[in-house]
Design a protein around this ligand. Sequence first.
Ligand SMILES: [Zn+2]
Length: 444
Amino acid sequence: MAIQSSVPTFVGALACQRNPFLSKEFKTIVLSCEPTKKKAQYLVELKDTILFPEGGGQPSDSGNFLVPSTGEKLDVFKVSRNGLHAMHHVNGFIKPGTEVELNLNWAQRLDYMQQHTGQHLLSAVLEKEWGLSTVSWSMGGVPTDKKPIIDPSDVFNYVELNRKLTDDEISRLSVLCNEYITINPQKISVVERTADIQVNSEVDASKIPDDYDLSQGILRTIYIGDLDANPCCGTHLTSTTQLGSILVLRSQTSVRGTNSRLYFTCGSRVWKYASFANTVLTLSKGLLSCGEADIPNKVELQRDLVQKTSKKEQYWMKEVALSETEALIKSIETSGQGFVVRDENGGLDYLTQINKDLTSKLSSRGITDYKVILCGRDKHLNSGVMMILSNSGEEIASIAASLTEIVSTLKGGGGKKGGKWQGKISDFKKGEWESLVNYLEAEF
Ligand SMILES: [Zn+2]
């Protein structure tokens, strides 16, 4: 049972919400510590906290507790909200009544505040300039258990709007948002209201979660100068200048009929993405020997060239396969047997083509008694493919046994009642290819 030694500060009035720039050495008291269903995980409630529990589209903070009296350190990997209570998920037991020092993963928090506050500004400008309401928003670039590593393209957040923006509107939106960051900065402030003060008409309280008891809690309203007022429990920057920059993408995604997702990113993510994009562009310019603007044209030309070359290769491969098949037929007509051995580019597609041509020609010429070996090697990979073709299942089994003795990694099957046995060689050992060629030349 939890030991309560004091009254907790409710979500809405937490230290992280009242001063989001508190980041380390925050002293407080452990009120309760309960084991969870997960091994070595505990839920801790503190008298107050600088670690924000998830809410308002902003993910949870992470950080650690330091126990000054013992020097012990516990990791806080998540903070969740349970009604009015902030619950810290930690990796060890800590006795209620203990004084702890809290430290926040500040780089992560600052990033989250930049994205979150950036969304407030972007949505405010969309509303003011075009009367466009934000239907919903989602923060990108948040590691999860399923995807702990963030890809460069994951840095984008989106707002869902009830229509797509034009290219001109996106340019205008970018200029306006960045003007609020550079030449026309706005102070960001928060007003706290308790239940005994009526929520006035400028604030939409409909987005407050159902499990948040407003009669005991606090309604927080964030103001961006006189541009915007919104109820929000998250942590925010104190000035739009702290956003650094906002990048809005032109490519949008259609959702739910005519709605559209508009992608953007803020703060340090902008220069980090620019740096990544520059690396990719520099490499591409070098590979294609052209300037940035020519990269799409060059890639298109290369793609067309590959398609044409591939068609040509297919044509010549079929021609060579047909020629080898003609030679095989002559050999079969003379001795009832034959082989094809191709030291380079003897892939499965090539052998399959010969098998197809051969089957057709054997049938049209009424040849029913035959034994043929098709073998190819990929010199670069040092691997190969093998086909044994015969009307006799016994012949196939006998030849397969002989070949397996020569090539140690040969594995295959089929043709028990005659037809085709097919196998793969994962790795030719030293001298095996030469021994195989000698065997085929001597026996076939
Ligand atoms: Zn907010």
